[in-house]
Ligand binder design. Structure first.
Ligand SMILES: Nc1nc2c(ncn2[C@@H]2O[C@H](COP(=O)(O)OP(=O)(O)OP(=O)(O)O)[C@@H](O)[C@H]2O)c(=O)[nH]1
Ligand SMILES: [Mg+2]
Length: 289
């Protein structure tokens, strides 16, 4: 458990919330990106109230980093509850065509009305929302087929709204990432820290990496042990701290005197998880929520 609650809600996020409310009347549909590795933790509980009944599609993204089997289960879970959901990956382009079809399907009536009025060429206006670093700008660049929005692997890259026109008849509104002021459970803040939605500078990355070790042991023990050459006998019964130390020793990330270099070990673990080097791993199952 995190000793100090994570301070994740800086002033610019309150500004983004206002910006979203302000732009809402101007859009036809809201596309909400959630992280396929942690779909529930990355879903904004405030959004439902903010979108004021607008059509809404849930997009599970970064699918190439998540367990395919678990992602299928999440998709079935959302479909069962009547929520329109699609799975995509902006680095490979997987699911992008499905997303465009889903948008046209959800807005079929509106598109038919435009056609009747001879306004067929009118673009569909879509607002892209989601937590920081989830891939909003990457998705826009993928649909636009060129780099129109700035992308970097850290939260807080997009600082203001930006409209991007595309050739497929969608005008996409890129937004800064947004979180919500209070997480209902520490688990959520921890998952968002692990996956890179919260700035590492304000985190105790060593503690987050120790929590990651526990999560890996629970959700992907085979991949975790294979990557760091650990055996079940060595890992059985260990807590996050001991698993972390073991990984540091196996990797030879030591300081003088043979102690584990905590800072380097934490950086390495978070980097390897976030880049998918440990494997395609999901940290949340639909039956748990
Ligand atoms: N593997 C994988 N990486 C992705 C995907 N989408 C985005 N990324 C990576 O995630 C990082 C963040 O992407 P951005 O598009 O900048 O995310 P954002 O949601 O616009 O972030 P902010 O503007 O900071 O809120 C970058 O390193 C992207 O390359 C995806 O579908 N799969
Ligand atoms: Mg962005």
């Amino acid at each position: 458990m995190a000793k100090n609650p994570i301070q994740w809600f800086p002033g610019h996020m309150a500004k983004t919330r206002r910006l979203m409310k302000e732009c809402m009347p101007k859009v036809d549909i809201v596309l909400e990106l959630i992280d396929a590795r942690v779909p529930s933790s990355s879903k904004n509980p405030e959004l439902e109230a903010m979108i004021e009944g607008k059509p809404h599609i849930l997009i599970l993204t970064k699918s190439t980093l998540a367990s395919p089997e678990v992602t299928r289960a999440w998709l079935a879970h959302y479909n069962k509850t009547g929520v329109k959901a699609v799975v995509i990956d902006s680095t490979t382009g997987e699911g992008i065509a499905t997303l465009a079809d889903a948008v046209r399907e959800v807005l079929a009536e509106k598109i038919a009305r435009y056609r009747e009025k001879g306004m067929e060429g009118r673009a569909i206006k879509a607002m892209i929302v989601g937590i920081p670093n989830v891939g909003k700008s990457s998705l826009i660049n993928r649909i636009a087929k060129e780099k129109r929005a700035k992308v970097e692997n850290r939260p807080g890259v997009t600082l203001d709204k930006q409209w991007v026109k595309t050739e497929i008849g969608f005008d996409l509104l890129d937004m800064p990432g947004v979180l919500w002021p209070k997480f209902s459970d520490e688990w959520i803040g921890e998952n968002l820290a692990i996956t890179g939605a919260i700035r590492d500078q304000i985190l105790d990355t060593e503690e987050i990496a120790m929590i990651l070790c526990m999560r890996l042991m629970k959700y992907a023990p085979k991949e975790f042990m294979a990557r760091y050459k650990l055996t079940m006998d060595e890992c059985e019964g260990l807590d996050g701290y001991d698993l972390f130390e073991l990984v540091g020793k196996k990797r030879g990330l030591l300081i003088r005197g043979g102690e584990v270099n905590h800072e380097r070990c934490a950086k390495m673990l978070l980097e390897e998880f976030r880049s998918g080097t440990i494997g395609r791993i999901s940290l949340e199952l639909p039956e748990e929520v």
